[in-house]
Write a protein that binds this ligand. Structure first.
Ligand SMILES: [Ca+2]
Length: 246
């Protein structure tokens, strides 16, 4: 997994450029839209998590990206990760590749974006205990919300909804608001062999450079063998708020 060393040098630049891109593309679509805001809060213990060797480590979420679509274009469960940037998102917390692959597909710029700057911070970074990301977008009925962000201090674990995405409207077209924490699942990208989360030598921030670690050559699958699978509510909270929503 050493063929993409260029990524390290370019990551910060790419993140900065992507942030500018998002600011520049916050335009409104012509169809009637509802504005939604998503807030992702890391509510995990400030005392950290305890690894099998007693090491304390903080649960963190990486910068991520969202896309409004009628189906999941980011990955397919049971299939190898596409060459669309999912690996960099899952292994290094870098959403720039997923965004550029959407641009290559001519996916409308107002319908996707990154969230990489913690609330109250001056620049991009992960969110540790107490931290939050927030992003807003306009959506029309039938579109669903998909997103991806990395489980920090893992090899290639990420959070994303399943193939159904997160509903933004009910069957009558009414905008929805509420807690959507459990709409995200913990996935294994199948690209890098797992070490114990929080202490593995090939996990950020311990790895020598981005994209290091042993290739897994697997498929995208639910990380059911990781002890944090299904524990969303202990770690983070995601709130969807529609303007004039129910
Ligand atoms: Ca893995």
């Amino acid at each position: 997994m050493k063929h993409r060393r260029l990524v390290i040098g370019l990551t910060l630049l790419a993140v900065a450029l992507t942030a500018q891109f998002v600011l520049a593309t916050a335009t409104r679509a012509s169809k009637p839209t509802t504005k939604f805001t998503v807030r992702i809060e890391n509510i995990s213990s400030a005392d950290g998590q305890t690894a099998s060797d007693g090491t304390k480590w903080p649960f963190a979420l990486s910068p991520g990206m969202y896309v409004l679509n009628e189906k999941n274009v980011l990955f397919t469960e049971g299939k190898p990760a596409k060459s669309n940037g999912l690996e960099a998102q899952a292994e290094d917390g870098n959403p720039a590749g997923l965004i550029s692959s959407l641009e290559t597909m001519h996916h409308a710029g107002a319908l996707h974006g990154v969230f990489n700057t913690p609330a109250g911070a001056m620049g991009p970074g992960p969110i540790g205990p107490g931290g939050a990301y927030e992003f807003s977008f306009d959506a029309t009925p039938k579109t669903k919300l998909y997103m991806a962000l990395m489980f920090g201090q893992s090899n290639d674990l990420f959070y994303a909804p399943d193939a159904n995405g997160i509903a933004l409207f009910d069957a009558k077209g009414n905008a929805l608001s509420g807690d959507v924490t459990n709409k995200l699942l913990l996935w294994d990208a199948g690209t890098e062999v797992n070490e114990e989360v929080g202490i593995g030598p090939n996990q950020a921030p311990r790895q020598k450079m981005a994209n290091t670690g042993h290739a897994e050559n697997g498929v995208v699958h639910r990380a059911k063998d990781v002890r944090f699978y299904g524990k969303n509510g202990e770690l983070f909270r995601i709130t969807l708020t529609a303007e004039n929503g129910m």
